[in-house]
Design a protein around this ligand. Structure first.
Ligand SMILES: C[S@@+](CC[C@H](N)C(=O)[O-])C[C@H]1O[C@@H](n2cnc3c(N)ncnc32)[C@H](O)[C@@H]1O
Length: 317
C-alpha cells in the first residue's frame, strides 16, 4: 500500500526533551533497546536515535499506515518500525528476538497530521469522510459503526468516553437522522451534535466530546492502553523506565492507577512474624509527573492538556 500525507501536515512533538531525559539513556544504556510505542511523525524516535550508541536499538510502533510510511524513510540500521498496536508489543518484540528493553515511551492519542488531514475524518472543523480509524487498513469506520449500532450503546460510548452530559440527546438524534440519510461526513455529525447539545462550554466546540468519544471507541484506545501498559512493564529490564504522555483524564487515570498498582503492594498484617526481607516489595518506583511549560503551550496549543508520568522498574527478574 502506498500512502502519502500532504507535506504541510506536521506534528509538533510534545515534551520532547523531557521525555528523552525521562528514558535515562546514559552509560551502558546508550547501547540498549528502546521502544517508541507511538511513532507518529517520529519526533521522539529521531531524538532517541540521536542519543543511542552504535549497538543501541529503537523499535517503534504505530497503527497508522501514514506514520509507517514516514518511518520507512529512516534508514538507520538501529531502527525498526512495526505496523501494529503497542498492545501487541510482546509478540512483535519476541519476533525480533528481544525479550527485555531498556525503556518504553508512549505519546498517546492522535497526531496533528491525523487531525489536520480532513480525509481522515477526525476533525469536526474540516469536512471529510467520517472515518476516524488510526489504522485505515482494518476495522470499521465511525460512519459504518454509527449506521448500525444500537442507540443505547452509542449513548454509553458518548457518555463514558466523552463525559458528555447530552449523550442521550445526541444518540437519539443520530438514530433519528440515520433513518432518513446516512451520516457519512464529519460536518453532518458535527452539525447534528451542535443541535443536540443545549449548553456551550467556553472555548470548546460542542462536537469536541462526541468526536473524542467515538474516536476512542473506534480505535479501542483505552483497551489498548491497558494491555500496552502491562506489555511494556513485562518487557522492561530492571531499572528501565516507562514514560507515558496522555492527553485526557480517562487515559491519565489508567496510567496513574497502573503505576500505583506496581508501586504499592499489599502488606501482610504487621503482627505476623514476617522478616523485613520477606515482605512483598514494590515492582516500580515513581520518577516524575510533569506538564509542558507555559512556553511550550504558547508554541503548541495541543500540548496544553498533556501530562507525562514516568516510573522505573525495580529489582531483578
Ligand atoms: C501523539 S502521536 C505521536 C507523536 C510522536 N511522538 C511524534 O513526536 O511524532 C500518537 C501516534 O500514536 C499512534 N497510536 C495511537 N495509539 C496507538 C496504539 N495503540 N498502537 C500504536 N500506535 C498508536 C497514532 O496513530 C499516532 O500516530
Amino acid at each position: 500500500m502506498t500512502v502519502t500525507t500532504p507535506s504541510e501536515l506536521i506534528h509538533h512533538t510534545v515534551l520532547l526533551d523531557e521525555a528523552i531525559d525521562a528514558l535515562n539513556i546514559q552509560g551502558a544504556r546508550i547501547n540498549g533497546v528502546y521502544v517508541d510505542g507511538t511513532f507518529g511523525r517520529g519526533g521522539h524516535s529521531r531524538k532517541v536515535l540521536s542519543q543511542l550508541g552504535p549497538q543501541g536499538r529503537l523499535i517503534a510502533f504505530d497503527k497508522d499506515p501514514y506514520a509507517i510510511a514516514n518511518a520507512e524513510q529512516i534508514l538507520d540500521p538501529r531502527f525498526s518500525i512495526v505496523h501494529e498496536s503497542f498492545a501487541d508489543m510482546h509478540t512483535a518484540l519476541s519476533d525480533l528476538g528481544i525479550d527485555r528493553v531498556d525503556g518504553v515511551l508512549m505519546d498517546l492519542g492522535i497526531s496533528s497530521p491525523q487531525v489536520d488531514d480532513a480525509e481522515r475524518g477526525f476533525s469536526f472543523r474540516n469536512d471529510g469522510p467520517l472515518d476516524m480509524r488510526m489504522d485505515t487498513t482494518r476495522g470499521i469506520s465511525a460512519a459504518e459503526w454509527l449506521a448500525h449500532e444500537d442507540e443505547q450503546k452509542i449513548r454509553e460510548v458518548i457518555e463514558n468516553y466523552g463525559e458528555e452530559r447530552f449523550a442521550f440527546q445526541i444518540a437519539k438524534a443520530i438514530v433519528a437522522r440515520r433513518a432518513s440519510e446516512s451520516i457519512s461526513s464529519t460536518r453532518q455529525l458535527a452539525e447534528l451534535v451542535a443541535h443536540a447539545v443545549k449548553t456551550r462550554e467556553k472555548g470548546k466546540d460542542p462536537a469536541t466530546r462526541t468526536f473524542q468519544a467515538i474516536r476512542i471507541f473506534i480505535n479501542k484506545e483505552l483497551e489498548d492502553l491497558e494491555i500496552g501498559l502491562v506489555a511494556a512493564y513485562e518487557s522492561l529490564a530492571p531499572e528501565a523506565r516507562m514514560a507515558i504522555i496522555s492527553f485526557h483524564s480517562l487515559e491519565d487515570r489508567i496510567v496513574k492507577q497502573f503505576f500505583a498498582s506496581k508501586v504499592k503492594v499489599a502488606q501482610p498484617d504487621r503482627r505476623l512474624p514476617i522478616r523485613e526481607a520477606d515482605l512483598p516489595k514494590p515492582h516500580m518506583r515513581l520518577i516524575s509527573r510533569m506538564k509542558p511549560t507555559e512556553q511550550e503551550v504558547l508554541r503548541n496549543a495541543r500540548a496544553r492538556s498533556a501530562i507525562m508520568r514516568v516510573a522505573e522498574r525495580i529489582g531483578a527478574s
